[in-house]
Design a protein around this ligand. Sequence first.
Ligand code: NAP
Length: 222
Amino acid sequence: MLLARREDRLRALADELGCEFDLCDVADRASVDAAAARVTSRHRAIRLLVNNAGIPGRAGFVGMEPERIEEVMRVNYLGAVWCLRAFLPALEASGRSDVVNIVSVAGTVALAPSGPYSASKHAELAFSRAASGELRGRGIHVHTVNPGFVETEGFPQSSILRSALLRRLVVGPEQVARHVVDVVERDKRETFVPAWYRAAAVAQAVAPGVVARLANRFGYRP
Ligand SMILES: NC(=O)c1ccc[n+]([C@@H]2O[C@H](COP(=O)([O-])OP(=O)(O)OC[C@H]3O[C@@H](n4cnc5c(N)ncnc54)[C@H](OP(=O)(O)O)[C@@H]3O)[C@@H](O)[C@H]2O)c1
C-alpha cells in the first residue's frame, strides 16, 4: 500500500509493483486519519508501517521562509507521529508488527546551512527512539533508519553537494530499500546506512566543535 500526495506517480508505481495506493498528506492530521480509515477498512491488520515521507530544507533558520520551517516540521516530524497513531490499532491487530522510521544522519548531526531540516530530523529521531520503548511491550517493534546522502528526486545530492569528497559518499535509494528489509528481518533497533555514518553521530556527541567546523567546510550550500 503506497501513500503520498501525487496520484500520477502513485498510480504508475502501484501498476509496476502490483499493489494498492491511496492519497494522503502526512502534514495534515485529518488527511492521515481519513487515509488510515480507508486503508484499515480494507486491511484490518497491518504488519509493517514505513514512515518515509520527508522534504528537504536547504536554508538556515534566518534565511528560510517561516512557512517552510513549519512545513518541514509538519512533514518530517509530525507526519511520522500522526501516521503511527492513525495506524496503531491495525498494527496491534497483527499481534506482532514493525514500524520503520526513515530519519537521517541529519537527525544526529546538526548542519548549520540546513538547520530547520536537521531540527526536524532530530525531533523525528527522538520520537522514533521513544516510540520504540513505548510500543515494544505491545508487540510493535519500532526501527530507526538513518541514511546518509542518497540520490533521489527530492534530494538530488550529486548536484547540490559542493564537495567532491562528499559527492563520492552518495548512494542509491535501492541500498536504503534493501537495508530497510534487512533491519526488519534482523529486528535492528537503530541503524545507519551506510553503516559507517554512525561515526558522524559519535563525533557530534563527543566533539561538536570539530563537527561544526567540518560541516561548514564540506556541507550543503545554503
Ligand atoms: N535523499 C537523502 O539524501 C536522504 C538522506 C537522509 C534521509 N532522507 C529521508 O528519506 C526520506 C525519503 O526521502 P527521499 O530522498 O526519497 O525524497 P523524495 O525523493 O522527495 O521522496 C519523498 C517522498 O515523500 C512523499 N511526501 C513528501 N511530502 C509528503 C506529504 N506531505 N505527505 C505524504 N507524502 C509526502 C513524496 O511523495 P508526494 O510528493 O507525491 O507526496 C515522495 O514519495 C525522507 O524522510 C528524507 O528526509 C533522505
